[in-house]
Design a protein around this ligand. Structure first.
Ligand SMILES: [Zn+2]
Length: 130
């Protein structure tokens, strides 16, 4: 369920970028997802494979998933660390005054594909040259 919603956002974002960048045949969509989203990569990929059929520019694309570790910053001693346990305490000084600073990411890192040069050419207006 969660993965379905995420797959949908990724497809929409990638499709929008492809439209803006005039990429008609996207080969790869590269996403970065923080581990606090608790996404199951295989499930996300399955949703992507099904969903991409609705987006012509993405129909032959592959999804590449990269995860980011959960990280915290301590407001007390200011140290930054990886969030390893369920306990939300600073491993350095034991303070509970912490702030989650990583692991919630969801962004499109890049998309790769071919540009529709013909369409681009059609859109250009002939210019008078001296
Ligand atoms: Zn601390």
């Amino acid at each position: 369920m969660h993965e379905a919603t995420m797959s949908d956002s990724i497809l929409r974002m990638a499709s929008e970028v492809a439209r803006r960048e005039k990429i008609r045949n996207v080969k790869r969509v590269d996403v970065i997802i923080g581990e606090l989203h608790h996404v199951v990569a295989g499930v996300l990929r399955t949703h992507y494979e099904i969903g991409k059929a609705d987006f012509p520019a993405l129909s032959r694309s592959k999804l590449r998933i990269r995860t980011r570790k959960a990280r915290i910053a301590c407001r007390h001693c200011r140290k930054k660390s990886a969030l390893t346990a369920v306990s939300f305490l600073c491993p350095s000084c034991g303070s509970a005054q912490i702030e989650v600073i990583g692991g919630m990411e969801l962004h499109l890192a890049s998309i790769e594909g071919e540009t529709d040069t013909e369409k681009t050419r059609k859109g250009e207006k002939p210019q008078a040259r001296r």
